[in-house]
Design a protein around this ligand. Structure first.
Ligand code: URA
Length: 210
């Protein structure tokens, strides 16, 4: 744990992650495990949300009771694999507005190009939880965060399942203010940009498209 990076080492998260890594874990289990892990990780992320008190009446007496302060956090899926993490966050924060960022890599310039961008209003007043299971090279993640900042987001957490050291470095260089929360920092990237040991292509595994 540092100001920049949190690895959620909760035993349930780690056990479920191991099941996700196994190559014979079926699509239906993979999806469910991703949702469950995301919920547990979102719990960690929301731990420091600002609080205030409201005066309420219990059946016994009035009290000043703790409630969340400020606007509901927004969750932003980085397409397409980020969609597999939406339900886990939304189970915990059901009223969270949801945004989507779509980027593809231009094969000539190798730079990320935006093909879709739709985010909730008021990002500047919300905690913004950007979700993408795999922080690999970090190029598309950094570009997605650029777009969110241009749209006004100031308080951003990046929630991923696995991170490669290369991706963490890239994000740290581009967005040192964005806290990364992950379940594991793996060894490295291979020459195709896959995380090692990783879990393969997260999108293919969750949508059954491999
Ligand atoms: N995206 C994936 O889905 N898997 C990786 O290992 C890297 C990027």
């Amino acid at each position: 744990m540092s100001d920049y990076l949190t690895v959620v080492d909760h035993p349930l998260v780690q056990h479920k992650l191991t099941r996700m890594r196994q190559k014979d874990t079926p699509t239906s289990d993979f999806r469910r495990l991703l949702r469950e892990i995301t919920l547990l990780m979102a719990y960690e992320i929301t731990r420091e949300m600002p609080m205030t008190t409201n005066t309420i009446e219990t059946p016994i007496e009035p009290m000043d009771a703790p409630v969340l302060a400020g606007r509901t956090p927004a969750v932003v899926s980085i397409l397409r694999a980020g969609n597999g993490m939406l339900d886990g966050v939304l189970e915990l924060v059901p009223s969270a507005p949801v945004g989507f960022v779509g980027l593809y890599r231009d094969e000539e310039t190798l730079q990320p190009v935006q093909y879709y961008f739709k985010v909730p209003e008021g990002l500047d007043e919300r905690l913004v939880i950007a979700v993408d299971p795999m922080l690999a090279t970090g190029n598309s993640s950094a570009a997605a965060i650029d777009l969110l900042k241009k749209a006004g987001a100031r308080d951003i957490r990046f929630l991923c399942l696995l991170a490669a050291p290369e991706g963490i470095e890239r994000m740290k260089e581009a967005h040192p203010d964005v806290h990364i929360v992950t379940a594991s920092v793996d060894k490295c990237l291979d020459d195709r940009g896959y995380i090692v040991p990783g879990l393969g292509d997260a999108g293919d595994r969750m949508f059954g498209t491999q």
